[in-house]
Ligand binder design. Sequence first.
Ligand code: NAP
Length: 491
Amino acid sequence: MPATSSPKEPRDLRFLILGAGMSGILSAIKLQEAGLNDFAIYEKAKRLGGTWRENRYPGVACDVPSHLYSYSFAPNPDWSHRFAPGSEIQAYFEEVARKYGVDQQIQYGKEVTRCVFENGRWQIEFSDGTQDEGDILLAATGVLHHPAYPEIKGLESFEGKTFHSARWDESASMAGKRVGVIGTGSTAIQIVSALAPEVAKLTLFQRTAQWVMPQQNPTYTAEEKNEFRVHPEILEGLRSDISRLFADGFSNAVVDANSPQLAAIEAVCLQNLEENIKDPTLREKLRPDYRAACKRLIMSEDFYDAIQRPNAELVTEGIDRIEKSGIRTVDGKLHELDVLVLATGFRVDRFMRPMEVIGRNGVSLEDAWAKRPSAYMAISIPDFPNLFMLNGPNGPVGNFSLIEVAELQFAYIMQLVELIRTRRCSEVSASQEATDRFDANRVEAAKKTVWQTGCRSWYLDDRGVPAAWPWTFDRFREEMATPHFSEYELC
Ligand code: NAP
């Protein structure tokens, strides 16, 4: 229960923001807007931008329309395409951070190694031996951040260049090279589509076929951009239309495996496969044996063209090992390569880790998450008071705007912070009981989702349960509007 409800002078709070990606920049701008100017943003890299700083592979783009994948308060009339390329998104975050003056407040090269809750405050330590302390810890450290490297025999013996998709080696020239790509996730598909026309030979090593939703990516004309600039209300309308379309047509559909929208998505993907892959053998290799959108749906207008090029090959035989000159598949064939790209995804259960995070009574996050990460409403962890996560575990991760998600989460977090600022309590963390109940309800609801209809994907946890928000996006919006304080320990 709140310690007291009598009006007192509000507390001055110091905020520590971990990470200068999309959510960290958002947090800083929103704190500033609320007049809460005592904050620090710590970023371990030398540049802001998170995902968009790290993913610089050829073809990188966001498969959420750019006018939705923008902050609601910073619309961008200048997006070049419906789905803008990654470099433009990176430039957008840099520009927004500059415009709102938060770029000057980011401390770069500051890797947080330890966060300890002591005497009602968070003490944090950095790899360079320095320290800081504050009242509220905002973890904006991202989900798709730690590369997952495949455990394939002989990987280190390859004599050509090899790197993970999120660690693109810009010094590796691709023109005229034989390039291999392992993986068929959103990343690999974008890489293949962009690289196939440039390289001598492109070999895609597919473990699992993907459903591909044909998605055109038109450019915006100078007239359209001008109209967006002159009539911001048009841009606002466009954004809200896309948001509604995404919620109704996709986010609300994937959580109901029997929904008609999902059947429609499946039909479009199937038609794309049947009509656009000419060779029946290739078509069968590309035909998934699970439901569309069970894995994250691929949106692409050019992958099928790319994989049907004469210089492209789809290899579906399993990989036996990697040798110095290429990949040997289980049928004994050696696929010779000059460059090997590992588009093998991310360790999505890490979140803030490997940071050591110690909460109330010495409890460590490593122990609290020994089985798997969880957080009440994806935001708060029992016994980790005044630590709030943006895009934390079990949040919405379907094909929709994580910016919209983070904005809703931030507004929710601020209502919790307000309890502390106005001295109604000094520590806020979800109760264990509420977290257990939330988890149990989430696991139950997930049974209805398409993610649990029989495929392997990064959405699934160690038990095969989707570690994602299993309800509609509308429900997420409603839940984020007002926290239930009774679900929290306030002391
Ligand atoms: P991913 O979806 O996790 O895909 C990893 C791929 O690597 C899968 O095809 C997987 O095969 C394969 N793989 C992993 N280990 C392997 C091994 N040992 N041998 C053979 N294949 C192996 O990763 P991602 O493509 O980087 O995408 C991750 C997420 O990033 C996406 O789902 C999306 O949320 C986000 N993303 C978004 C965009 C965008 O446009 N907004 C673009 C790129 C990425 P299996 O399928 O058989 O497991």
